[in-house]
Ligand binder design. Structure first.
Ligand code: NAP
Length: 299
């Protein structure tokens, strides 16, 4: 199958690209500028989601489209960065769906990323896909982002919006930020440590995206998280144990807010998301528990 991938140069996208190609698919990548490290057999198409509609030739003939592109949220949120986070996702998805409207033959499925940020800050509540959206900047962005993707369903396209949790991978993402302080004996829990963290191993993340392409039973929002979320205090202890380092400190909430501004909300928000839709459709996790997942990635 031909699969068109946006964000194929990113942390998740690069791994997905390899996975899809290994499964025999022809993958096309949409990106803002040519990137090193993309295999020469992969067709690259230039697209800036904030500026223009994607080129139709990148989508024509594709059986599936996976849309991962978006300005990174892991940076200090100035008003301009917030505009970029929202516009790249909401307007970018609108432009992508508009382009799908103009195709002679439409893809069977659009898998368009969202995030567990959809749920906002929810304490101990167990969050399955039918939970109400939360409040705050990221929750609003996710709601609008998903709404734009859903419009592709009016074209007869199956739409899946994976609400992605914190993806744990060996070379990037959140773990790359967390490990150095622990290695320097400076690791510790964030704030009260009571907030739930919905995580997923990168291998399961990529498998879940491929599963969403293939499995026609999946439609709509899908929590892309491991079945066993943990509190930040447990995450901290498990990471420290895996790295054979102590976790002696607590980073106070006030320090996080001083350091990261509004973005600190991501580190402090509690999301206890459960992968009900994936499990119901028969997906099995290779890394359902945090300890073995971290050992596999860091051990
Ligand atoms: N990683 C996680 O833990 C996590 C958690 C929840 C949700 N997600 C969501 O999943 C998607 C993929 O995540 P990721 O970690 O792979 O992200 P990433 O590494 O930051 O990659 C995202 C890609 O989006 C493109 N991009 C960046 N800024 C852009 C902008 N302003 N306008 C248009 N395109 C832009 C870039 O591609 P080019 O430079 O090639 O254009 C980049 O490779 C994102 O939408 C993210 O919000 C990720």
């Amino acid at each position: 199958m031909i699969i068109t991938l946006t964000g194929g140069t990113g942390f998740i996208g690069r791994k997905l690209l390899d996975h899809l190609r290994a499964a025999g698919h022809e993958v096309r990548v949409l990106c803002r500028s040519p990137k090193t490290g993309i295999p020469p057999e992969v067709a690259l198409f230039l697209w800036d989601a904030m500026e223009a509609d994607p080129p139709l030739e990148s989508l024509e003939g594709a059986g599936a489209v996976v849309h991962l592109a978006g300005e990174s949220v892991a940076q200090r949120w100035s008003p301009e960065i917030k505009r970029r986070i929202r516009t790249s996702r909401v307007e970018g998805t609108r432009r992508l769906v508009k382009a799908l409207t103009g195709l002679d033959s439409k893809p069977a499925v659009l898998v368009s990323a969202s995030a567990t940020g959809y749920y906002g800050d929810r304490g101990d509540e167990e969050l399955t896909e039918d939970a109400a959206p939360g409040s705050g900047f990221l929750a609003d962005v996710c709601r609008e982002w998903e709404a734009e993707a859903r419009k592709a369903a009016e074209l007869g396209i199956r739409v899946v919006t994976p609400r992605i949790g914190m993806v744990l991978g060996p070379d990037g993402g959140a773990l790359a930020q967390m490990v150095p302080p622990f290695k320097m004996f400076l690791g510790g829990q964030l704030g009260s440590g009571r907030q739930w963290m919905s995580w997923i191993h990168i291998e399961d993340m990529v498998r879940a995206l491929a599963f969403a392409i293939e499995n026609t039973a999946l439609e709509g929002p899908v929590n892309a998280v491991a079945p066993n979320p943990v509190r930040n205090s447990q995450f901290t202890r498990t990471l420290a144990r895996t790295l054979r380092r102590p976790a002696l400190f607590t980073v106070p909430e006030r320090a996080l807010r001083l350091l990261y501004g509004e973005m600190a909300g991501i580190l402090l928000a509690s999301q206890r998301a459960l992968p009900r839709a994936l499990e119901k459709a028969g997906f099995t996790f290779r890394f359902p528990e945090l300890g073995p997942a971290l050992k596999h990635l860091l051990g």
